[in-house]
Design a protein. Structure first.
Lengths: 200, 324
């Protein structure tokens, strides 16, 4: 799902960068990858979808007062950041799946019963690519090894709202993140123009 | 708001304004080179823009000192304020200079961690008070730079100039080398991927297959990769002295490496693509797509060199041909 950074109004700056040749935009890609990760983390924990709108609350949990995940449910992660847990045995369970009676007690936001230790946050992977022969650089993110006990990826069913599931789509960068990405692009382009352009 | 860059002017030798542009640029380039060396010297000794010691760091900061630029991510507890990674720290390693015809400009380059020019971060620190301000060169430093630059410029004028390691006779920074290449430090197995933000699986897979992808990793893995050691970057005018002396990691390599492909080289590559495209029977539309915005320039150059010609076929159709 494409998340376009709006660069309207920057025609002059863009044309000056293009005139320089083929700049290496990997430093900007580094920033954008970090933005994707941070935007996803903040958005998920705030219960927001890809557009920054609140997701439909879950109704079947928490059962009781609502609990925080235990150490093993967090895959023994230290501190406030979770760790990747994918296919295979994990302290939290097979393929990093909690048992239904476990996650029903947890109070995390939609799609993230374990909060910051949930797979929609810990298993987000990022990369970037450069289209040969053009000025197009793309940073992207996806969720890796988020599978059921049987080994089937299931997140896209939530994203699409398959069957009776409500649509809870995380496939995008929220407006605040896109604005940050735009500002970073301006800063990077200005740097290129400043360094490479001829002296006045 | 404090500024994110500084300039040095008003230190020119008498009569410089009447000199030709090349001569003026040589003087200000010497100011850039000596100015960078002096600023790096002052920073390495923990001095602020007034040449006075920077404030100490809090005990809690010292205990858990971190650096976004060192391979381990840890900072030196004894290093000065704003420079936990010493020579690798952005305050020293992203420092840049540029000569103009009437002044020398000093600034800090783009920082991928903050998504902004590092000078902006330094300007925020400067708001804490003058003792925290590193944006500028001390008066003693300016006097030293002036003396050195005038000496170097006069030596050049008299023909005796041999240059110093940091002094270049180039007028400005030029990056005349290869196009950007995408390194692939990450993994490439997308079998259990759920896409995605910014791309779909098919396009990500295509980029991997075509060698245009970085591969993928998690946030911590990327951070370790960006901070990991790399070979020293080739020195060039206007570059931070700490980088010139060999401080390097992936970030600094990407920031400072020659990465802009000169237009002439792009046209050269375009001609090769044009000839190959014609050989494969591509239509004009397809060739235009292949060459992007350079189509007309490449075609004109190929005609000028006599590599291609338009011939008329029996039916009157005009065809672009490669001349062997």
């Amino acid at each position: 799902m494409s998340s376009i950074v709006d660069l309207r109004g920057l025609d002059r700056l863009i044309s000056r960068v293009r005139a320089l040749g083929t700049p290496d935009a990997s430093p900007l890609m580094m920033t954008w990858q970090r933005l994707i990760i941070e935007d996803n983390r903040r958005g998920v924990l705030a219960g927001l979808d890809k557009d920054g709108n609140p997701m439909r609350p879950v109704t079947y949990r928490p059962v009781g007062k609502g609990a925080k995940p235990t150490k093993s449910q967090k895959n023994n992660a230290k501190g406030r950041r979770g760790v990747f847990g994918g296919i295979g045995p994990n302290p939290a369970g097979t393929n990093n799946n909690l048992r239904p009676d476990e996650y029903r007690r947890l109070s995390g936001p939609p799609l993230a019963p374990r909060g910051a230790f949930s797979r929609v946050i810990t298993n987000l992977r990022t990369g970037y690519e450069h289209s040969a022969g053009s000025d197009l650089w793309t940073a992207y993110g996806f969720w890796d090894e988020v599978v059921s006990v049987n080994g089937r990826p299931f997140l896209s069913a939530h994203f699409r709202g398959a069957g009776r599931l409500p649509v809870r789509d995380l496939r995008g960068v929220r407006p605040e993140g896109r604005e940050k990405a735009r500002r970073a692009a301006i800063a990077w382009m200005s740097d290129q123009v400043r360094v490479v352009a001829r002296s006045a | 708001m404090a500024t994110s860059y500084y300039i040095i002017k008003g230190i020119a030798p008498p009569g410089l304004s009447r000199e030709p542009m090349d001569s003026r640029l040589r003087f200000w380039q010497a100011v850039v080179d000596y100015g960078l060396r002096r600023k790096d010297f002052e920073l390495s000794r923990g001095l602020n823009a007034r040449g006075e010691p920077l404030p100490g760091i809090a005990e809690a900061t010292r205990k858990h000192r971190r650096s976004e630029m060192t391979p381990s991510g840890r900072g030196d507890p004894r290093a000065p304020y704003l420079m936990p990674g010493r020579g690798l720290s952005r305050t020293r390693s992203l420092l840049a200079g540029k000569a103009h015809t009437e002044y020398a400009e000093f600034f800090w380059r783009y920082d991928p961690w903050t998504g902004d020019q590092w000078g902006k971060v330094l300007a925020y620190h400067a708001r804490r008070g003058k003792s925290y301000d590193v944006v500028g060169l001390s008066p003693k430093g300016v006097a030293w730079v002036q003396a050195q630059a005038i000496r170097a410029w006069r030596a050049w004028k008299s023909g005796a100039y041999v240059g110093s390691p940091g002094v270049s006779t180039q007028a400005d920074v030029t990056f005349p080398q290869a196009p950007a290449a995408v390194e692939r430090p990450g993994r490439t197995d997308l079998r259990f991927a759920t896409f995605g933000i910014g791309a779909d699986q098919a396009s990500a897979q295509r980029a991997i297959d075509e060698g245009r992808s970085s591969g993928f990793m998690g946030a911590e893995e990327w951070a370790r990769y960006w901070r990991s050691r790399r070979a020293p970057v080739q020195a060039r005018p206007g570059m931070a002295p700490s980088v010139t002396r060999g401080q390097s990691n992936v970030i600094l390599q990407r920031i400072w490496s020659p990465t802009v492909q000169a237009r002439a080289e792009r046209i050269e590559a375009g001609i090769n693509n044009l000839l190959a495209g014609i050989g494969q029977g591509l239509s004009v539309d397809q060739l235009e797509k292949l060459l992007g915005g350079l189509f007309e320039a490449v075609l004109a150059e190929a005609f000028r060199r006599g590599l291609v010609a338009v011939t008329r076929e029996a039916g009157g159709r005009q065809v672009l041909r490669v001349i062997r």
